[in-house]
Structure formats: structure tokens, C-alpha cells
Ligand binder design. Sequence first.
Ligand SMILES: Cc1cc2nc3c(=O)[nH]c(=O)nc-3n(C[C@H](O)[C@H](O)[C@H](O)COP(=O)(O)OP(=O)(O)OC[C@H]3O[C@@H](n4cnc5c(N)ncnc54)[C@H](O)[C@@H]3O)c2cc1C
Length: 406
Amino acid sequence: MDSRQPRTILIAGAGIAGLTAALAFAARGFHVELFERARKFEEVGAGIQLSPNATRILGKLGVLDALVGATAPQAVVLRDGASLRELARVPLGKAAEARWKAPYLVAQRADLQRALIDRAADHPHIRLTSGSTVAEIAFESQGVKATVDRDGHMEEAAGMLLVAADGVWSSLRCLVKGSRDSRPSGKMAWRSLVETASPAGQDLAALAPSDRVTAFLNPALHLVAYPLRGGATLNLVALMEGDMGAGSWTSEADARLLSRALSGFAPPLSTLAEIAGPWTAWPIHAVDLDGPWTDPRGLVLIGDAAHAMTPFAAQGAAMAIEDAYVLAALLAEHPHDLPSALARYEAVRRPRVRRVVRRGAFNHFTWHASGPIALARNLVLAARPPEKLAADFDWLYGWRPEGALK
Ligand SMILES: Cc1cc2nc3c(=O)[nH]c(=O)nc-3n(C[C@H](O)[C@H](O)[C@H](O)COP(=O)(O)OP(=O)(O)OC[C@H]3O[C@@H](n4cnc5c(N)ncnc54)[C@H](O)[C@@H]3O)c2cc1C
């Protein structure tokens, strides 16, 4: 495998970050070698919300055209989990496209993954290899050399840069001197799918109709429901405090924990742990934002490898997509000055990601509020018309690369 070329980019990881990076680099004329540890290219989890800042880039890269089965919800609706009262409504659908110039979509993760892979597989400048783990790297005068483990058989690949898109559990992160390891956030996510035609689905659809994203707020937990497969399925995500104490949980104990957290909700939400399911649960890990993301000799972290975050703003994948696009644009702008391009990448991305993480922390604080804080929240939300609530997201959803990066 001799890929040593000045315009060759090596990428470790074919998640949303790595695949978007492959497409973004190839679109700028680079050659890409993308290595994925798993034998099959696949995405775990059920659904994903794709906000306009992400779909704008996916559109530019030709991925939206290949994304079958995505739907555009008409609104995000916040409801009190106990009283079921509607607290706020942010218009989406056509209003989102008009305001942010790109659609707000919900999709099955597998469909997004498939659209990304199909685009990448079709591109003459991208070589995808599964069952290949980037095990080691070495910096050389002309760039970086990666040792790739393919079923115990070691091969080498060389390029001008290695993009570590290897996720929250990144093993390559520690090669950036001073980087921070991921740590438990103290939050847990639960996910389930409910068929809309089932009795549980019909009860739920009355509260969370399939034309919108609905978030039910409660101090112990918040629950988000949105449609998949054209509304045939409701995707449920519940986020709560807690840790899973690695390996010490049985699924029975998990269900009891969820059940307890849902007890403050109105029926049928209060019985969701039993009537929906099966539920999968896992602890959320995050990466501290103060650590560096680059080594000027030819290594860069993107996506969850750089800045895994709690999903309270539903922006982890969107940030990965933005990272990938900005990085490729900067390399194309400074093809002969890698250190400057990487320094610029950190300078541009860090404040943006920091602001998104702050927004997630704000959502967590207000969505899980109780007592007077919850009352104040409800009053503020009731006083703000839907367009004003939408305007609060202009900085996030209306984002576009600046100047030469466009
Ligand atoms: C409950 C929940 C809900 C979420 N909802 C949303 C949402 O609605 N919207 C949103 O924008 N984000 C959401 N997110 C966040 C989003 O899922 C992640 O931020 C995103 O998937 C990260 O993508 P990634 O490519 O960086 O990492 P990953 O998807 O983890 O991909 C990393 C890949 O690297 C591979 N790999 C690892 N090590 C190596 C190696 N050494 N060599 C080669 N390959 C390797 C792995 O096999 C994997 O395929 C949510 C997260 C959670 C937990």
C-alpha cells in the first residue's frame, strides 16, 4: 500500500466525522485513504437530528440527494412531562429552510451512514478499507506514516496528514501531546423505537405526533420523540443523570432505573419503560475542551475524538460535519503550510464548539429544572413568540463557513 503523495490524506474511522472528511477532502482535490476498524461499515443507534448547519454541508457534498427516508419535522415542541402542557414551539419545516437556508431533518442513522458511504465509494479519489485499525503513526519529514492492522497483518500508509476521526473512545487522541482523555459525564442516554401502529405507539403519537420533534421536560429526565421511516416509527431518546458502573448492570436493573425516572411523568409516558422497548442504555462520555486537537507535524482530531459532548443540544454529529468541512477547506487554502492550516483549524473550531457545549449545558439546566426555576423558564418561554425562539438559534443553525472557507 504505497500512498505517499503530498496531497494524500489518511483518515482513521468511518463514522460521520471520517466519512464527511473523506468527501470534503476529495471535493477539494485531495486523495483519501480511509481506514475503518469494523469489518462492516455500519452505524449503531436509531435516529439522528440533522440541523441546518449540518445539512447545508451535506448538501454541498452531495449527500442529501442520497439520503433517502429523511423527513423534515414541522416544529420542535417543548412540553411539560407532568402536565403535558405545551411550553414552546420552534417552527421548522419550510420556516427552517427560509430562515436558515437549509432543511432541518430527522433520519435513521443507518440511512445517513449509507448515503455517506455510497458517495465516498463512488468517488475516484477515496479508498475505503474496512477491517483496518490505525494502530500507530510516525512523523516523517514528508508527512505521516500510519501502521494499519488488518487482521494481524501490518501494512503501512503514508500521507501529508492523519485525521483521527476515531470517536469518543479514540486511541489516537493520546498521540496529540497534552490532549485530554474522555471521561464519564454523569449522564445516561436511553433509546428505544416504537412502531406508531402499535397500541403504545398510538398513545404516544397523540402526545408526540409524527410531524414534529417533541421534548418532554422533567427534573429527573427529559424525553425526546421524533419520527423515523416517514412516521411509521417513533424514535425515543431519554437523558438522565446516572452512570452505569461498567459491567455491573443487568437489563432488569436498567429498566427499573428508567421506570423510576419516568414516574414523575403523566401516563402513558410514566409507563414507557414497560410498554416501549427494548431500551438500550449507555453512559455518555465527554472530552474536556481545553486539550489540543492538532500536532503540526501531521495529526488532527475531529468529531467525537476531539470534543465528544453530551447530546443536550443534539449537535455532536453536526459539529463533526462542520469540523470535517472546515479542515478540508483550510488545507486546500494552505496546501504547503500544514502547521498554519492546523493552527487555524483549532482557532476557528474551538470557540464554535465551546459555544455549542455551553448551549447544551444551558438546555440541561433549564430542561431538567424544578420549582421556581422551572416556573421562570415556563414564563419566559410563554412570553417569546415562535419566531423569536427560532431567532435564538440563528448563530447555531445559520452558521456557514466564513470568507475563503465558503
Ligand atoms: C443518545 C445520543 C443522541 C445523539 N443525537 C444526536 C443528534 O440528534 N444530532 C447530532 O448531531 N448528534 C447527536 N449525537 C452525537 C453523535 O452521535 C456523535 O457526535 C457522532 O456520531 C460522532 O461521530 P464520529 O464520527 O466522531 O465518531 P463515531 O461515530 O464513534 O465513529 C468513530 C469510528 O472510528 C472507528 N475507529 C475507532 N478506532 C479506530 C482506529 N484506530 N482505526 C480505524 N477506525 C477506528 C470506529 O469503529 C467508528 O466507526 C447523539 C449522541 C448520543 C449518545
